[in-house]
Design a protein around this ligand. Structure first.
Ligand code: BG6
Length: 257
Protein backbone atom coordinates (compact mmCIF):
# COMPACT_ATOMS: atom_id res chain seq x y z
CA UNK A 1 0.00 0.00 0.00
CA UNK A 2 0.90 3.69 -0.21
CA UNK A 3 2.28 3.98 3.34
CA UNK A 4 4.60 1.04 2.81
CA UNK A 5 5.71 2.52 -0.47
CA UNK A 6 6.52 5.86 1.17
CA UNK A 7 8.47 4.18 3.97
CA UNK A 8 10.24 2.11 1.31
CA UNK A 9 11.27 5.20 -0.63
CA UNK A 10 12.52 6.92 2.54
CA UNK A 11 14.65 3.90 3.34
CA UNK A 12 16.02 3.84 -0.17
CA UNK A 13 16.82 7.57 0.01
CA UNK A 14 18.87 7.03 3.15
CA UNK A 15 20.59 4.00 1.68
CA UNK A 16 21.45 5.81 -1.51
CA UNK A 17 22.88 8.84 0.32
CA UNK A 18 25.12 6.54 2.35
CA UNK A 19 26.10 4.55 -0.70
CA UNK A 20 27.06 7.66 -2.64
CA UNK A 21 28.59 9.45 0.34
CA UNK A 22 26.43 12.56 0.06
CA UNK A 23 24.22 14.52 2.45
CA UNK A 24 20.79 13.81 1.05
CA UNK A 25 18.87 12.03 -1.68
CA UNK A 26 15.33 12.60 -2.87
CA UNK A 27 13.79 9.83 -4.98
CA UNK A 28 10.63 10.36 -7.02
CA UNK A 29 8.63 7.26 -8.04
CA UNK A 30 9.02 5.94 -11.59
CA UNK A 31 11.74 5.85 -14.24
CA UNK A 32 12.18 8.84 -16.52
CA UNK A 33 13.72 6.59 -19.21
CA UNK A 34 10.37 4.82 -19.56
CA UNK A 35 8.10 7.78 -18.84
CA UNK A 36 9.37 11.21 -19.86
CA UNK A 37 6.85 12.82 -17.48
CA UNK A 38 8.92 11.55 -14.56
CA UNK A 39 11.59 14.08 -15.50
CA UNK A 40 9.05 16.78 -14.65
CA UNK A 41 8.55 15.12 -11.26
CA UNK A 42 12.30 15.35 -10.68
CA UNK A 43 12.02 19.00 -11.67
CA UNK A 44 9.23 19.59 -9.17
CA UNK A 45 11.07 17.83 -6.33
CA UNK A 46 14.19 19.83 -7.14
CA UNK A 47 12.27 23.11 -7.20
CA UNK A 48 10.69 22.33 -3.82
CA UNK A 49 14.05 21.46 -2.31
CA UNK A 50 15.49 24.68 -3.68
CA UNK A 51 12.60 26.69 -2.23
CA UNK A 52 13.41 25.35 1.23
CA UNK A 53 16.95 26.74 0.99
CA UNK A 54 16.12 30.26 -0.07
CA UNK A 55 17.19 33.34 1.84
CA UNK A 56 16.07 36.89 1.25
CA UNK A 57 18.65 37.34 -1.51
CA UNK A 58 19.74 34.38 -3.61
CA UNK A 59 22.30 33.92 -6.33
CA UNK A 60 21.84 30.56 -8.00
CA UNK A 61 24.22 29.22 -10.62
CA UNK A 62 22.78 26.67 -13.03
CA UNK A 63 24.04 24.29 -15.76
CA UNK A 64 22.10 23.37 -18.88
CA UNK A 65 20.32 20.20 -19.94
CA UNK A 66 16.79 18.90 -20.18
CA UNK A 67 16.57 18.05 -16.47
CA UNK A 68 17.41 21.63 -15.53
CA UNK A 69 14.77 22.59 -18.09
CA UNK A 70 12.22 20.64 -16.03
CA UNK A 71 13.37 22.45 -12.89
CA UNK A 72 12.85 25.79 -14.65
CA UNK A 73 9.31 24.76 -15.59
CA UNK A 74 8.52 23.62 -12.04
CA UNK A 75 9.72 26.91 -10.54
CA UNK A 76 6.55 28.47 -11.93
CA UNK A 77 4.59 26.87 -9.08
CA UNK A 78 7.00 27.77 -6.29
CA UNK A 79 6.18 30.72 -4.06
CA UNK A 80 9.16 33.04 -3.89
CA UNK A 81 7.27 36.16 -2.83
CA UNK A 82 9.57 38.76 -1.27
CA UNK A 83 12.70 36.88 -2.29
CA UNK A 84 15.37 38.19 -4.61
CA UNK A 85 16.37 35.60 -7.20
CA UNK A 86 19.37 35.99 -9.50
CA UNK A 87 20.16 33.12 -11.88
CA UNK A 88 23.63 32.88 -13.40
CA UNK A 89 24.68 30.30 -16.01
CA UNK A 90 27.49 28.12 -14.68
CA UNK A 91 28.72 27.41 -18.19
CA UNK A 92 28.94 28.85 -21.65
CA UNK A 93 27.04 27.39 -24.58
CA UNK A 94 27.18 23.68 -25.35
CA UNK A 95 26.19 22.22 -28.71
CA UNK A 96 22.63 21.10 -29.26
CA UNK A 97 19.34 22.80 -28.66
CA UNK A 98 19.40 26.45 -27.58
CA UNK A 99 16.58 25.81 -25.10
CA UNK A 100 18.83 23.35 -23.22
CA UNK A 101 21.68 25.81 -22.75
CA UNK A 102 22.44 27.22 -19.32
CA UNK A 103 21.75 30.74 -20.61
CA UNK A 104 18.21 29.83 -21.72
CA UNK A 105 17.52 27.83 -18.57
CA UNK A 106 18.53 30.80 -16.41
CA UNK A 107 16.30 33.11 -18.44
CA UNK A 108 13.35 30.73 -17.97
CA UNK A 109 14.04 30.38 -14.23
CA UNK A 110 14.14 34.16 -13.85
CA UNK A 111 10.92 34.55 -15.77
CA UNK A 112 9.14 31.86 -13.75
CA UNK A 113 10.18 33.32 -10.39
CA UNK A 114 9.99 37.02 -11.19
CA UNK A 115 13.76 37.16 -10.74
CA UNK A 116 16.65 38.32 -12.87
CA UNK A 117 19.39 36.50 -14.77
CA UNK A 118 22.76 37.03 -16.38
CA UNK A 119 24.07 35.60 -19.62
CA UNK A 120 27.41 34.09 -20.45
CA UNK A 121 27.70 34.38 -24.20
CA UNK A 122 30.86 32.39 -24.75
CA UNK A 123 31.40 28.98 -26.31
CA UNK A 124 31.59 26.29 -23.66
CA UNK A 125 34.93 25.06 -24.95
CA UNK A 126 37.70 27.67 -25.30
CA UNK A 127 41.42 27.51 -26.05
CA UNK A 128 43.83 28.66 -23.32
CA UNK A 129 44.68 31.64 -25.47
CA UNK A 130 41.08 32.71 -25.91
CA UNK A 131 40.35 32.09 -22.25
CA UNK A 132 42.96 34.61 -21.08
CA UNK A 133 41.55 37.20 -23.47
CA UNK A 134 37.94 36.53 -22.43
CA UNK A 135 38.84 36.85 -18.76
CA UNK A 136 39.93 40.43 -19.42
CA UNK A 137 36.47 41.27 -20.71
CA UNK A 138 34.63 43.07 -17.87
CA UNK A 139 31.17 41.68 -18.64
CA UNK A 140 32.48 38.12 -18.68
CA UNK A 141 34.61 38.62 -15.61
CA UNK A 142 31.63 40.06 -13.80
CA UNK A 143 29.50 37.00 -14.56
CA UNK A 144 32.34 34.71 -13.47
CA UNK A 145 32.57 36.46 -10.09
CA UNK A 146 28.82 36.08 -9.71
CA UNK A 147 29.14 32.34 -10.41
CA UNK A 148 31.82 32.02 -7.75
CA UNK A 149 29.87 33.99 -5.19
CA UNK A 150 26.63 32.06 -5.74
CA UNK A 151 24.85 30.57 -2.72
CA UNK A 152 23.42 27.61 -4.58
CA UNK A 153 24.56 25.41 -7.47
CA UNK A 154 21.94 23.53 -9.48
CA UNK A 155 23.28 21.04 -11.99
CA UNK A 156 22.58 18.05 -14.20
CA UNK A 157 24.59 14.87 -14.70
CA UNK A 158 24.82 13.21 -18.10
CA UNK A 159 25.91 9.98 -19.70
CA UNK A 160 29.42 10.43 -21.05
CA UNK A 161 28.81 9.36 -24.65
CA UNK A 162 25.53 11.23 -24.94
CA UNK A 163 27.11 14.44 -23.70
CA UNK A 164 30.19 13.99 -25.90
CA UNK A 165 27.87 13.70 -28.90
CA UNK A 166 25.73 16.64 -27.84
CA UNK A 167 28.90 18.74 -27.66
CA UNK A 168 30.18 17.75 -31.12
CA UNK A 169 33.37 16.62 -29.43
CA UNK A 170 36.49 16.47 -31.63
CA UNK A 171 38.08 13.15 -32.51
CA UNK A 172 41.01 13.41 -30.13
CA UNK A 173 38.83 14.11 -27.10
CA UNK A 174 36.34 11.45 -28.20
CA UNK A 175 39.23 9.01 -28.21
CA UNK A 176 40.14 9.93 -24.63
CA UNK A 177 36.54 9.59 -23.51
CA UNK A 178 36.16 6.17 -25.15
CA UNK A 179 39.57 4.73 -24.23
CA UNK A 180 39.13 6.03 -20.70
CA UNK A 181 35.77 4.24 -20.57
CA UNK A 182 34.00 7.34 -19.32
CA UNK A 183 30.45 6.71 -18.14
CA UNK A 184 29.45 10.03 -16.60
CA UNK A 185 29.74 13.74 -17.22
CA UNK A 186 29.13 16.88 -15.18
CA UNK A 187 30.46 20.46 -15.54
CA UNK A 188 32.40 19.38 -18.64
CA UNK A 189 34.33 16.67 -16.77
CA UNK A 190 34.13 13.05 -17.92
CA UNK A 191 34.45 10.29 -15.30
CA UNK A 192 35.04 6.55 -15.43
CA UNK A 193 33.20 4.15 -13.10
CA UNK A 194 35.73 4.70 -10.32
CA UNK A 195 35.28 8.43 -10.56
CA UNK A 196 38.61 9.16 -12.25
CA UNK A 197 38.56 12.19 -14.55
CA UNK A 198 39.42 10.88 -18.02
CA UNK A 199 38.74 14.09 -19.93
CA UNK A 200 37.87 17.69 -19.19
CA UNK A 201 36.45 20.31 -21.51
CA UNK A 202 38.47 23.49 -21.21
CA UNK A 203 35.80 25.97 -20.17
CA UNK A 204 35.59 29.34 -18.48
CA UNK A 205 32.62 28.25 -16.38
CA UNK A 206 32.40 26.60 -12.99
CA UNK A 207 35.22 24.16 -12.19
CA UNK A 208 34.94 20.96 -10.17
CA UNK A 209 37.45 22.22 -7.64
CA UNK A 210 35.24 25.26 -6.90
CA UNK A 211 32.30 23.12 -5.76
CA UNK A 212 33.18 22.53 -2.09
CA UNK A 213 33.07 26.29 -1.49
CA UNK A 214 29.33 26.56 -2.16
CA UNK A 215 26.83 26.41 0.66
CA UNK A 216 24.37 24.28 -1.29
CA UNK A 217 24.78 21.99 -4.28
CA UNK A 218 21.75 20.25 -5.78
CA UNK A 219 22.23 17.67 -8.53
CA UNK A 220 19.23 16.48 -10.55
CA UNK A 221 19.46 13.38 -12.75
CA UNK A 222 17.26 10.34 -13.22
CA UNK A 223 16.50 7.33 -15.38
CA UNK A 224 18.00 3.85 -15.16
CA UNK A 225 20.38 4.74 -17.99
CA UNK A 226 22.05 7.39 -15.81
CA UNK A 227 22.87 5.06 -12.90
CA UNK A 228 26.55 4.68 -13.80
CA UNK A 229 26.85 8.36 -14.65
CA UNK A 230 25.48 9.38 -11.26
CA UNK A 231 27.75 6.94 -9.44
CA UNK A 232 30.85 8.09 -11.31
CA UNK A 233 30.22 11.78 -10.71
CA UNK A 234 29.31 11.35 -7.02
CA UNK A 235 32.83 10.04 -6.32
CA UNK A 236 33.89 13.63 -7.02
CA UNK A 237 30.91 15.51 -5.60
CA UNK A 238 31.11 17.64 -2.46
CA UNK A 239 29.73 15.75 0.55
CA UNK A 240 27.04 18.38 1.03
CA UNK A 241 25.42 17.44 -2.30
CA UNK A 242 21.68 16.85 -2.45
CA UNK A 243 20.74 14.44 -5.25
CA UNK A 244 17.26 14.53 -6.75
CA UNK A 245 16.66 11.39 -8.78
CA UNK A 246 14.04 8.77 -9.66
CA UNK A 247 13.40 5.16 -8.70
CA UNK A 248 14.78 3.93 -12.03
CA UNK A 249 18.25 5.32 -11.34
CA UNK A 250 18.13 4.67 -7.58
CA UNK A 251 17.21 0.99 -7.91
CA UNK A 252 19.94 0.42 -10.48
CA UNK A 253 22.63 2.10 -8.34
CA UNK A 254 21.59 0.19 -5.21
CA UNK A 255 21.59 -3.07 -7.16
CA UNK A 256 25.32 -2.65 -7.71
CA UNK A 257 25.91 -2.54 -3.97
C1 BG6 B 1 24.35 19.77 -19.42
C2 BG6 B 1 25.31 19.97 -18.31
O1 BG6 B 1 23.97 20.85 -20.09
O2 BG6 B 1 23.32 18.91 -18.95
C3 BG6 B 1 25.97 18.66 -18.21
O3 BG6 B 1 26.27 20.99 -18.58
C4 BG6 B 1 24.97 17.55 -17.88
O4 BG6 B 1 27.02 18.71 -17.28
C5 BG6 B 1 23.78 17.61 -18.83
O5 BG6 B 1 25.59 16.31 -18.02
C6 BG6 B 1 22.63 16.71 -18.46
O6 BG6 B 1 21.63 16.83 -19.45
P1 BG6 B 1 20.19 16.18 -19.37
O7 BG6 B 1 19.51 16.65 -20.61
O8 BG6 B 1 20.40 14.72 -19.34
O9 BG6 B 1 19.57 16.70 -18.13
Amino acid sequence: DLMKEIIGIHKAEKQLSEHLGIAETIIVPGDSDKMPLIKDEIGKACARRLAALLDEKNTITVTGGTTMGSVAKALMDINVAGKEMLFVPARGGVGGKVSDQANSICAAMAENTGGTHRVLYVPDEVSDELRSILLKEPSINNTLSLIRSADIVLHGIGEAMKMAERRNTDEESMDKIMKGQAVGEAFGYYFDLDGNIVHKVSTIGLQLKDLPRFKHVIAAAGGKSKAKAIRSYMKNAPKSTVLVTDEGAAAEILKEE
